[in-house]
Ligand binder design. Structure first.
Ligand code: PEP
Length: 258
């Protein structure tokens, strides 16, 4: 049985006061939901304060990125050990904004994945195709390449220790959501590819969908058999929207292993 997971990615938004106010509006409502898992990923400077605010709640702390190196002369970078020290349970790796805006390639993402695992932080590995790649019929080959980069560097078990987020680039922050069937098709492809190496790992794997998830479409997406929750950007910044998405995860039927 896979338990749904909803992760809010706050990106580079807000300030300390607005982040704390957002949590104050979210946490009491989400505290009533006991059938799913929840997390938020604030900007780095707020990790410690938000971690303190989350203490005793049913919402975990995550980071939006981490450095591929262990420690040392890497000005501006934040290590996996530091994230663990701040109480992060998760770290997003390979978000399309890191890949696209900051030029991160598949192997760099794999190195970050390895660093997170090394420090007991669960990587949320983002994969997904651009609109041009979808239109060219390359969705599966792009996603396969992104997954294979991690198994090549970190070994086959590394995907089983992660959360994977399918995030079609054309759906992120655009208001254009993949249909539940489009999401399901790619999720089934991902699970099938991992099952070819290890069926048990694939069955247990948490596979999130991300890309313009909102209160109005979360339930349909979460109802798909291979969609185990969502990575939520814009809608995680509005308390009512995010709580409604968290409720959709709480109300979704649990996926029973085949
Ligand atoms: C994201 O940031 O990962 C994301 C999916 O953003 P949005 O929900 O705004 O599309």
């Amino acid at each position: 049985m896979r338990v749904k997971l909803v992760v809010g990615n706050w990106k580079m938004n807000g300030n300390l006061a607005s982040s704390q106010a957002l949590l104050k509006a979210i946490l009491p409502a989400v505290a009533k939901f006991d059938r799913a898992r929840y997390a938020v990923c604030p900007p780095y400077p707020y990790l410690a304060a938000i971690g303190t605010a989350l203490r005793g709640s049913n919402m975990a702390l995550g980071a939006q990125d981490l450095c591929r190196f262990e420690d040392g002369a890497y000005t501006g970078a934040v290590s996996g050990a530091m994230l663990a020290d701040c109480g992060c349970r998760y770290a997003i790796v390979g978000h399309s904004e890191r890949r696209g805006v900051f030029g991160e390639g598949d192997d760099l993402v794999a190195q970050k994945h390895a660093q997170a695992l090394k420090h007991g932080v669960t990587p949320i590995l983002c994969v997904g195709e651009t609109l041009a790649e979808r239109e060219a019929g390359s969705t599966e080959s792009v996603v396969a390449r992104q997954l294979d980069a991690v198994t090549k560097r970190c070994g086959a078990a590394a995907l089983g220790q992660a959360v994977i987020a399918y995030e079609p680039v054309w759906a992120i922050g655009t208001g254009k959501t993949a249909t539940p069937q489009q999401a399901q098709d790619v999720h089934a492809f991902i699970r099938g590819r991992i099952a070819a190496a290890d069926r048990h790992v694939a069955d247990a794997l948490t596979l999130l969908y991300g890309g313009s998830v909102k209160a109005g479409n979360a339930a349909q997406l979460f109802a798909m058999p291979d969609v185990d929750g969502g990575l939520i950007g814009g809608a995680s910044l509005a308390a009512d929207e995010f709580v409604a998405i968290c409720r959709a995860a709480q109300d979704a039927k649990e996926t029973v292993k085949a």
